[in-house]
Design a protein around this ligand. Structure first.
Ligand code: SAM
Length: 337
C-alpha cells in the first residue's frame, strides 16, 4: 500500500496546481505568494491518522467519464447509472463509504445517491433568491463542509469558486466528487478563515459564511475576516444560529448546545445586524429565519451517528437537550461599504 502514497500525494498536488492556475488568472493572484506553503502545511505536514488511507481511497476511485453533470439540481449530479456497470458501481460505492460520515449534500454519482445528514439543498433554496447574480463572479465559501454548496455556486454561474474548511475528511469528500469534474473551476482549500489574507478591498465578489459564526470564540474577528476577504461593494451571505430577542440579547451556552461542544455565541437578529454595521457593512438585512427541522438534519445510511432528533429534548422539541432554545438559523446579506 505505502508505495502508492507519493502518487496519491501527487494527485492532491495536481488539484492544487489547477487551483493556482485558475487563481493566477484573477485579481486575487497575489495570494499565490503564500498559498502553496499554507496548503502544504495544513494538508501534508500536520499529523492525521487517516490521511494515508483516505489518499489511497481517492487514488482507487474508478476512472469513469460522466455523460452528464448537473450542478443546478438538488442532488449535485455527476454521471448517470448507465455510465458504468453494476460491479464498478458497487466498487465506487464501497470506496465512497470510506469517507462516511457524509454530512453535507445530497450528491448523485453514477446512480449512487449519497443521502447526507443534511438536506443542504434546502439551505441553498433559502439562500439563492437573495444572491446578487453570481454570473462571472469570484466566490468564496468559508466553512464549506464537503463542498456541496461550491457546486451549486458554480451551477449558478460563478467564474471561480473557492471553499475553505480545515476538515481533512471534507477535503477528501470534495476531492472524491471532483474526480469526476477535474477541470471545474471550483477548489477546496484546507484552511481556516483565520488563514485568509486581507485583500485590501479588491477581494472576492461574494463571500459566504454559513454555519460557522457560532463555532468561533471571537465572532467579531470572524466577521472582520469576511470583510477583509471581500472587495468593496461585494456581497456577504451570512447564515448562523440566532435566538429570539432584542439588540441586548446574546446566548452563550454554559457547556454544550444541542450536544455540540464548540458553540460559543448565539446572538439575536438585531444584535447580529448591529455587529455587521459596526464593522463597516452596509445594506445589512435579515432575509430569512428558519427553524431547523428533523427532516432537514437527520441520520442516514451515509451518516450513522446521532443527529438533530437526538439533540432535542424528547419532551419538548422547542428545546435542546440542555434546555436552550432549539436551533433557529438566520440568513443575513450585507455589502462591504
Ligand atoms: C456547520 S458546518 C457548515 C457547513 C456548510 N457551510 C453549510 O452551511 O452546510 C461548519 C463548518 O465550518 C468549518 N469551520 C469551523 N471553523 C472554521 C474556521 N475557523 N474556518 C473555516 N471553516 C471552519 C467546519 O469544519 C465545518 O465544516
Amino acid at each position: 500500500m505505502l508505495p502508492r502514497i507519493p502518487q496519491a500525494r501527487q494527485l492532491l498536488e495536481q488539484r492544487f496546481a489547477a487551483l493556482y492556475a485558475d487563481l493566477g488568472q484573477t485579481r486575487l493572484d497575489g495570494w499565490l505568494a503564500q498559498l502553496p506553503q499554507q496548503l502544504t502545511r495544513t494538508c501534508f505536514d500536520t499529523p492525521h491518522g487517516k490521511r494515508e488511507m483516505w489518499l489511497e481511497t481517492l487514488l482507487a476511485l474508478p476512472p469513469l467519464v460522466p455523460s452528464k453533470r448537473d450542478f443546478s439540481a438538488a442532488r449535485v449530479m455527476l454521471g448517470q447509472a448507465a455510465d458504468c456497470d453494476d460491479a464498478t458501481r458497487a466498487r465506487l460505492q464501497q470506496l465512497l463509504e470510506v469517507f462516511i460520515p457524509w454530512r453535507k449534500g445530497p450528491f448523485e454519482l453514477f446512480g449512487i445517491h449519497i443521502d447526507t445528514e443534511w438536506r443542504s439543498d434546502w439551505k441553498w433554496a433559502r439562500v439563492a433568491p437573495h444572491l446578487d447574480d453570481l454570473d462571472g463572479r469570484l466566490v468564496l465559501d468559508v466553512g464549506c463542509g464537503s463542498g456541496y454548496h461550491l457546486w451549486r455556486m458554480l451551477g449558478a454561474g460563478a467564474q471561480l469558486v473557492l471553499g475553505v474548511d480545515p476538515s481533512l475528511l471534507f477535503l477528501m469528500q470534495f476531492q472524491a466528487v471532483k474526480t469526476y469534474a477535474p477541470e471545474a473551476p471550483t477548489h477546496f482549500l484546507p484552511l481556516r478563515s483565520e488563514d485568509l489574507p486581507d485583500f485590501g478591498g479588491t477581494g472576492f465578489d461574494t463571500v459566504f459564511s454559513m454555519g460557522v459564526l457560532y463555532h468561533r470564540r471571537s465572532p467579531l474577528y470572524h466577521l472582520q475576516e469576511l470583510h477583509a476577504a471581500l472587495r468593496q461593494g461585494g456581497q456577504l451571505v451570512l447564515e448562523t444560529l440566532v435566538v429570539d430577542g432584542d439588540v441586548r440579547t446574546l446566548l452563550m451556552p454554559e457547556g454544550r448546545y444541542g450536544k455540540m461542544r464548540n458553540v460559543w455565541f448565539i446572538p439575536s437578529v438585531p444584535l447580529l445586524l448591529l455587529w455587521l454595521r459596526r464593522l463597516g457593512f452596509v445594506d445589512v438585512r435579515c432575509v430569512d429565519v428558519a427553524r431547523t427541522t428533523v427532516a432537514e438534519q437527520r441520520a442516514t445510511a451515509w451518516m450513522r451517528f446521532e443527529s438533530l432528533a437526538d439533540f432535542l429534548d424528547p419532551a419538548d422539541a422547542g428545546r435542546t437537550q440542555e434546555g436552550y432554545p432549539a436551533p433557529v438559523r438566520a440568513l443575513v446579506t450585507a455589502t462591504r461599504g
